[in-house]
Design a protein around this ligand. Structure first.
Ligand SMILES: [Zn+2]
Length: 101
């Protein structure tokens, strides 16, 4: 996990992600500065995004154990597609939930 510097108190700390449910299947990943307790919102996920994350992990495992380089490239293309879909959906969720705060 990367280290970050708190915008409020300049304390440097290691990110320790926590999640909480916002509504229905929407979860927020966030972390808190251990010094001043400032909360930082990292990203929002829904069930679809989390299912894609599971699929991505599964595909990485498959890519690591596949000897055929052409197949590996195909798997990685699929992973890239899923990552891109997740990125777009996470951006949409962030706009939706951060705007209403
Ligand atoms: Zn702080």
């Amino acid at each position: 996990m990367p280290n970050v510097k708190c915008d409020h108190c300049a304390n440097e700390f290691e990110i320790n992600y926590q999640t909480r449910t916002i509504e229905r299947d929407i979860q927020l990943a966030y972390f808190i500065c251990p010094n001043c307790k400032q909360e930082y919102h990292s990203f929002y996920t829904n069930a679809k995004i989390r299912a894609r994350q599971d699929k991505i992990n599964e595909l990485w495992t498959k890519a690591r154990t596949t000897p055929n380089q052409i197949k590996v490239k195909q798997i990685i293309r699929r992973i890239d597609g899923l990552v891109e879909q997740n990125k777009q959906e996470m951006n949409r969720l962030r706009e939706q939930y951060e705007a209403s705060n």
